[in-house]
Design a protein around this ligand. Sequence first.
Ligand SMILES: *Cc1c(COP(=O)(O)O)cnc(C)c1O
Length: 392
Amino acid sequence: MSERRKARPATEVAHLGRDPHKHLGAINTPVYRASTMLFERVADLEAAERGEYPGISYGLHGLPTVTDLQSAVATLEGGYAALAVPSGLAAITLALLAVTRAGDHVLVTDSVYGPTRRFCDQQLTRFGVDVTYYDPLIAGGIEREIRPATKVVFVESPGSLSFEIQDVPAIAAAAHARGALVLIDNTWATPLGFAAFAHGADISLQASTKYLGGHSDVMNGIIVCSQATYPRLYKLWTDMGVSASSDDCFLALRGLRTLAVRLERHTRSALAIAEWLRQRAEVAEVIFPALPGARGHDLWKRDFTGACGLFGVILHPVAKARVDAMLDGLRLFKLGWSWGGFESLIIPAHPERIRTATRWEATGPYLRLHVGLEDTQDLIADLEDGLARLAS
Ligand SMILES: *Cc1c(COP(=O)(O)O)cnc(C)c1O
């Protein structure tokens, strides 16, 4: 269960989800490795069978390293309670399964993370759930898309490939007026950058693999629930047997301790690099909602309290071989799909390949950058050399 909110986020990340005097004074909750839990008396075992035992009855549920991560993130985000799972994708798929049944309809933003779309199209539909994609910029117009059978509106703001900021309060108002739940993938902003529940979410999903872990060494996902949705999620999480491991939750908790300072640095460095890129002749547009003047900036400013190091750049038309030469020769920006770690990354991205409800209009090749924690000037120098290869 979530703890009472009492401090600013940078303080909270240092203190939430740990209780040293329950663990011999150790500052961090240790890694509890356990499967079987022993009961002292038959009466305890019988209480566990009735669901009335106050202790932990099996290693799959309730080990302290796991529950401390859950309560910390639930509190940070302003939710009721959270569940930890083995990946961000598992958080998304479990949440969608928990709140739908055959005959239901789900609305999903066209800017959604690719594997979320794959799950919706290839798995949810198998269980008789109808899926429709909507324009991420639809705002209150979502009302026209809502059918009597619509049970969920799935939001990802900003989309982690194309960075549209969605009008979450307008979408949530329309969804709630028609009895639909709002699920949000809040991985880009993290609970520090976007208060999902204050803006109308019923369930907030976090790939803690990304910034929360922060060191590219853990796969982890967290489902934060409202009080009304928690029982359904808890039931499915228990029935499916998909708790995260203590080892992974330990790493996510360790990442949480420095989340505020890391995000501050990622954001500052990304803004400096985005500003620099915007001035370059090779660049058509920088898509970074935290950047003044960029698309989505006004809504970002209205609703968000922070950003991160992930953004997109549209280049002017240029041969693919030149883009490949630019990327292949980079010394610091490495080629990799994931993000949120200390290291800088870059990929050619193709939003046009997966969209079905809207068109991705770009004049030239599109790159997604993750600005890591390296020195900003070194990163700019790397990109400057890369742009020289692009033009040569
Ligand atoms: C990476 C990512 C996920 C999935 O996280 P995994 O831990 O890699 O499964 C979900 N949503 C977004 C926006 C992501 O970037």
